[in-house]
Write a new protein. Structure first.
Length: 364
């Protein structure tokens, strides 16, 4: 058996983490096992499932490239675990540091994986942009969720594209589940605008709330269903309350039944400032949902004619108009289209498994 060490921030229910778990569930675990090196002390949402599948979880302090204590812990980890011959890092710009330690520990296969086409514009940005230039010094293989993400992170589109593949059967449109979920949420007759994503500035929840105000004026029976959690959640909740929309916006928090919640939606709205690809957009299309997205979303995520783009610079009125046009959109089975574009996890997991096995046999 080949054990692959995945290096992550933690394994909470974000897009990157969900993608990893999709692959982990579908590889042949008698041939490949996933272990995880997390940079948080607290347990995360997927940790129990990881351990139930046979994976091991190790923990380091928060990644701080200015901390000698961090590098001591990182080097000590690799010294204590010479069994890892494949390391796969998902820390975007900051992958340079654990991959440097892996190289020093003579790990022969070192993969950096790009999951984004930009970074949050805060005080860390300059340091991250410098750090990403170091990645190529320490890698043997470059992965990305899209060509755009690969070009932004590595300066080239000559990368191994690993699709953000999903369990298509789980998301396929199901009228019975739709009706049951809408009833459970008290949304039987409502026009439901949905969004799934962590509450952070890049996901643009504040703008989505402003769009919903315009929708509500024209369609009083509208509801906004927001799935996820994060640092910006409280601010969005306060804004919703100030706008008098408390009864019309549903905050579900982190859920493990996103596939069912998507059945209850009528339109999926994705106004992100940037995305590497956006696994939830793939899921929404698999569910047969019409999708209105920002023009920053990579074209590789447009798998069907369900996706309509709108400029981020457009007015909230224009966004509302485009969303309202999707009322009464007929939901149909889109599984074949998703699979044809290479996003069926049952097929793609085999390809990743073969990559790991071949890399191990050639280098170990």
């Amino acid at each position: 058996m080949v054990r692959v060490l995945h290096i992550v921030t933690n394994m909470d229910r974000g897009g990157l983490e969900t993608m990893l778990m999709n692959y982990y569930r579908h590889v042949d675990r008698e041939k490949i096992q996933f272990d995880f090196l997390e940079h948080r002390r607290d347990r995360a949402a997927y940790d129990d499932e990881i351990e139930s599948l046979g994976g091991r979880i190790f923990r380091l302090p928060r990644l701080n490239p200015l901390s000698s204590d961090y590098f001591h812990a990182l080097n000590a980890f690799f010294a204590a675990h010479p069994e890892y011959r494949i390391v796969h890092s998902h820390l975007d710009c900051m992958s340079a540091y654990p991959l440097c330690a892996a190289k020093n520990a003579k790990v022969p296969v070192r993969i950096a994986h790009a999951h984004s086409t930009s970074q949050d514009r805060n005080w860390k940005l300059v340091f991250k942009l410098i750090s990403k230039k170091l990645i190529s010094l320490y890698t043997t293989d470059l992965f990305a969720c899209s060509a755009d993400a690969g070009e932004w992170m590595f300066g080239t589109k000559d990368v191994h594209i690993l699709p953000n593949a999903i369990d298509i059967e789980r998301y396929a449109f199901n009228l019975l589940i739709r009706n049951q979920t809408k009833k459970a949420l008290g949304l039987d007759d409502a026009f439901v605008i949905g969004h799934v994503g962590r509450f952070s500035a890049v996901k643009n929840h504040s703008f989505l709330t402003d769009v919903f105000v315009q929708i509500k004026r024209q369609e009083p029976n509208s509801k906004l269903l927001l799935v996820g959690a994060g640092s910006e959640m409280q601010a969005v909740q306060q804004k919703v309350k100030a706008l008098g929309l408390g009864a019309d916006v549903i905050f579900t928090g982190v859920r493990n039944d996103v596939a069912d919640l998507m059945q209850a939606m009528d339109v999926f709205v994705f106004p992100s400032l940037y995305e590497g690809l956006g696994i939830v957009l793939i899921e929404a299309q698999a569910a047969g949902l019409p999708c209105v997205v920002s023009d920053t979303i990579p074209q590789e995520a447009y798998l069907t004619d369900l996706v309509t783009a709108e400029k981020l610079s457009s007015s909230v009125e224009k966004w509302a108009e485009k969303i309202l046009k999707k009322r009464d959109f007929p939901r149909t089975d889109r599984r074949d289209e998703i699979a044809a574009h290479g996003f069926d996890i049952t097929t793609e997991a085999v390809k990743l498994q073969e990559f790991y096995i071949n890399a191990y046999e050639q280098n170990c």
